[in-house]
Design a protein around this ligand. Structure first.
Ligand SMILES: C[S@@+](CC[C@H](N)C(=O)[O-])C[C@H]1O[C@@H](n2cnc3c(N)ncnc32)[C@H](O)[C@@H]1O
Length: 213
């Protein structure tokens, strides 16, 4: 089973699964770091069933919700009842279906560890930002829990904060910060009962005015 098949399969029960993994405080942290303004356009990469998207719409932003799973986007549309300002697009983080210099904010909450090529995805997210726009990624710190790879289709066992910072700087972002969210992602193995508790980071950076990518 590949990643897309896995997420298609879990889409109907993702909201319940998500509540056990991490709390809504993660998205609040991402919003605070981003500094949202009504009327702005945000891209939510790996939008899933719309945890971030829903909050962004409630705050008066328009959202392009991107996910590789058609089933996830179907759940999102059904849950949010197709409101004004929502544009769902099937696509991959490594090749975003978004014009360059389009968005005031690009978010990716808990998606980087599922992406085949994280550096390429970060460059793509920067491409989609307007000059002066902000990329905010929340995700898992480095951890040793192999069962997340085999049971939840994680491709990466989290990331070191220094590596995330380097990828942001390499993509040309300025004012890069990588901090602790102050929350953990918790999961128990269905096979062995092993329990993972992994710290979460929030990384942010601003696209330079006139930055050509
Ligand atoms: C753990 S969930 C993300 C959680 C979600 N952002 C939230 O806030 O609840 C991972 C999501 O990313 C999607 N995904 C995985 N790999 C992706 C990729 N390469 N490009 C775009 N979406 C991807 C999956 O289909 C799934 O919906």
């Amino acid at each position: 089973m590949d990643s897309r098949e896995y997420f298609d399969r879990v889409a109907p029960r993702w909201d319940t699964m998500r509540q056990a993994l991490f709390s809504e405080r993660v998205r609040e942290k991402a919003y605070t770091v981003a500094g949202l303004k009504e009327g702005q356009l945000a891209v939510d990469v790996g939008a899933d069933t719309g945890l971030l998207t829903e909050g962004l719409l409630q705050r008066g932003l328009s959202v392009i919700a991107v996910d590789l799973s058609e089933a996830m986007l179907a759940e999102l549309k059904q849950k949010l009842a197709d409101p004004d300002g929502l544009d769902c697009r099937l696509g991959k983080a490594e090749h975003l279906p978004v014009d360059e210099n389009a968005a005031d904010h690009v978010f990716g909450n808990m998606v980087l560890h599922h992406v085949g090529e994280p550096s390429t995805a970060i460059q793509e997210m920067v491409r989609a930002l307007k000059p002066g726009g902000k990329l905010v990624l929340t995700g898992m710190g480095e951890h040793p829990f192999e069962f997340l790879r085999t049971e939840q289709h994680d491709r990466w066992l989290g990331f070191r904060r220094d590596d995330v910072r380097r990828s942001f700087l390499a993509a040309g972002l300025l004012q890069v910060t990588v901090d602790c969210v102050g929350e953990c992602c918790c999961a128990a193995s269905e096979g062995t009962g092993e329990v993972a508790s992994v710290t979460l980071f929030v990384a942010a950076g601003t696209k330079a005015d006139g930055q050509a990518l």
